[in-house]
Structure formats: structure tokens, C-alpha cells
Design a protein around this ligand. Sequence first.
Ligand SMILES: [Fe+2]
Length: 146
Amino acid sequence: MSDGAGKAPTAFGRSDMAIHFNHTILSAHDSKASAIFLAEMLNLPAPRRWGPFQMVVTENGANLDYMDTDGEITPQHYAFLISEAEFDEIFGRIWDRKLSYWADPGRRQLGEINHHDGGRGVYFEDPNGHLLEIITRPYGSGGWNL
Ligand SMILES: [Fe+2]
């Protein structure tokens, strides 16, 4: 919802601040292998190590930083906006690696993709069980269905 100035109203009126999402940390049993998996699946630059992190950087400059843990991992969810051509490539890699995939985040629609917002979307897991999602249209871009 825009206020006419290009930005939605904030809790304090309208903000002129430029806030960019920068990074998140993903727990992994093997941070290097996990980062390589993500970079290969999405055809992103090879991961770089920084401190305890294996960093994967996306096109908009946001890092996914894998960090090793010996403990139990609570799966998180990460979604990537891609083009239709990239969907074909990434979905091909899902097939090549014989990965399970789902049309829904609840993982009930095994072996299916979705067509939300007039695009394509699918979910698959990284080596730690984190739920990765690729979408060709942003949520709500085809209209809200609530
Ligand atoms: Fe999602």
C-alpha cells in the first residue's frame, strides 16, 4: 500500500530511511558443504569464508551465512525470487540430484510445483532441512487471495 510518495506508511509516519536486508545466519552440520550446495543450486558465486561463516551472496547483496553447529537444527525458510529461465535451470538441478520437492511449505504436495501469482514456485530442502523456495513472481504480485 503506497502513500503516493512511493513508500508505504510506517509506524512513525513516512520514513526516508533506506533499510536494506543484509544477511541472515543458517545453522549447519557442515557449513562449507551447505553453502556450496546453495550456491550450486542457485548458480551463485562460490561461497566465501568470513570468520565462522560460509557466505553465499545473492544478486541483491543479501548474504546467507552458514555457520557450523553440533546441536540440533531448527529448520528455517528462505525464499529466492528468480526468472522463469532460472526456474527451469534450478528445477533441472533438483531433478538431476533427485531431490524431493513440494508445491507447498507444509510439504503435502510432493512432486508438484505451484503457480501462485501467475508464476511458478517450488520448495526443496538444503542438507540441513532448511526449506528453500524459488518463486518467479513475488508474493501478492498477482493479487492477494486472502
Ligand atoms: Fe515462502
